[in-house]
Design a protein around this ligand. Structure first.
Ligand code: SF4
Ligand code: SF4
Length: 439
């Protein structure tokens, strides 16, 4: 058994992987899709088609010339019926394109398999595919394939931890398409010009581990390593430490320690895209929560209103108190069923108030439980105290910007202090201060 390291801190919430043995199903094509023109970290895209235009599945409908961005593609064939500002998942206005489906799902005739094996051309093709990190972060994948000058990669890590409760989207990919995962890894190793990959999977996913081991039986450059089930094992820095013992420096990228991390669904999409040429137009979404009548793993066209997805899963047993896009720890609460599934949406949860941990806050007890649980070795109680008296620079000196917003501190706090919200506020204030300094 290869050596692994245990990151300090973390928690083990109830796993609730209720859909782990549910084979993925495909939902019917929605009547219309709403495509926000930014579904990634980076610049917003400009429309490349107009209202009234006919579009085909996989056709580019918006793109940007900015350094960090990826194009957006039509996920249904049909007619563009609107370009409008809609509130995005966090409530901020965001330009979005509305496409009414013709129900035919006619693919863009220009789509063809990617035949080049030139690394630079493959990176460009991966940009053209619109791929972003499908583990939830949404960072353009092509950009990660080009490490900053001076950083030399020697290891590809595949993140199969899927440590958030409920979510089983990566796990189903391991079970249903492990050869695709391995082909994707071989392609990325070729692009990077390196010869070593490790797939890290939490040890609560035994069938997935077995399938991957079998699929890479003849691939000595790829190994599968089971990891202790512990949240946030899938955090990039935690995963890198667990699998290699390397520590990413404060404020640094994984490439600073020679590592590139991609998620299971991201790597297998690369294989699928190269084989078919079809860009990123659908997502496997885990639909679960105590309000959902029939929890499932569902293939969903990007841009589908979340109401349609819940409807496909039998609707609600009782009115939900909370809708979450992503996992219960790091997901984003949705205020409307009209919001749509994004490229990086890996889960939709509908919960009753029985699962709501938001309570009135009490005074800090200085018990230190938050510091014990913090996987980034921060002192949450001290940062919280500083931010609340608007001492943002002092919080920064305590490495506020290294906080990954995992929520472990809030989860264990006996005083129910809203620590993560405070840290988000503190980061936003620091950003404002930086902007002011620049002007
Ligand atoms: S949210 Fe931030 S401070 Fe709290 S445990 Fe996670 S990394 Fe540490
Ligand atoms: S866990 Fe809560 S009460 Fe305890 S030190 Fe941290 S913030 Fe204070």
């Amino acid at each position: 058994m290869p050596k692994t390291w245990y990151f300090k801190g973390g928690i083990h919430p109830q796993e609730n992987k209720n859909t782990a043995d549910h084979e993925s199903v495909t939902m019917p094509i929605p009547k219309r899709v709403i495509l926000p023109l930014r579904q990634h970290i980076g610049a917003i895209c400009e429309p490349t088609v107009e209202v009234g235009d006919q579009v085909f599945v996989g056709q580019v409908v918006a793109d940007s010339t900015a350094t960090i961005s990826v194009p957006i593609h039509a996920s249904v064939s049909g007619k563009v019926v609107g370009l409008e500002n809609i509130p995005n998942a966090t409530g901020k206005p965001m330009p979005a394109m509305v496409i009414e489906s013709d129900g035919l799902q006619t693919p863009d005739p220009a789509i063809a398999p990617i035949t080049t094996r030139d690394p630079d051309e493959l990176i460009k093709a991966i940009r053209d595919s619109g791929l972003v990190g499908l583990g939830g972060a949404g960072f353009p994948t092509w950009f990660k394939l080009k490490p900053p000058p001076g950083d030399k990669l020697d290891l590809l890590l595949i993140n199969g931890a899927e440590c958030e409760s409920y979510i089983t989207s990566d796990y189903r990919e391991m079970i249903e398409n492990s050869p695709g995962v391995i082909r994707g890894i071989k392609l990325v190793l070729h692009i990077l010009g390196i010869d070593r990959a490790i797939i890290g999977v939490e040890d609560n996913k035994q069938i997935g581990i077995d399938r991957l081991i079998k699929a890479c039986n003849d691939e000595p450059q790829i190994s599968v390593i089971p990891l202790k089930t512990r949240y946030p094992q899938g955090g990039e820095k935690q995963l890198i430490y667990a699998l290699t013992g390397r520590r990413v420096p404060s404020g640094g990228l994984p490439s600073a320690v020679g590592v590139l991390v991609l998620s299971i669904n991201t790597i297998s999409f690369i294989d699928e895209y190269v084989t078919t040429g079809m860009p990123l137009v659908k997502r496997r979404v885990t639909v679960d929560g105590d309000c959902v009548r029939n929890p499932k793993n569902v293939w969903v066209p990007v841009g589908t209103p979340i109401a349609d997805v819940f409807e496909f899963c039998g609707g609600f047993k009782e009115p939900p108190d909370k809708l979450i896009m992503g996992g219960p720890m790091m997901g984003v609460t949705q205020y409307s069923l009209k919001n749509s599934v994004l490229k990086q949406t890996n889960a939709l949860l509908a919960m009753t108030s029985r699962f709501d941990r938001t309570r009135d806050e009490y005074a800090c007890l200085r018990c230190g439980k938050c510091a014990d649980a913090c996987p980034m070795r921060l002192q949450p109680w001290r940062m919280n105290a500083d931010i609340r008296i608007r001492e943002f620079e002092r919080a920064r000196e305590l490495h506020l910007l290294d906080c990954i917003e995992c929520g472990c501190c809030s989860y264990v706090c006996p005083s129910q202090i809203h620590l993560v919200q405070t840290f988000r506020l503190g980061k936003a204030e620091l950003q404002k201060l930086r902007k002011k300094e620049k002007n």
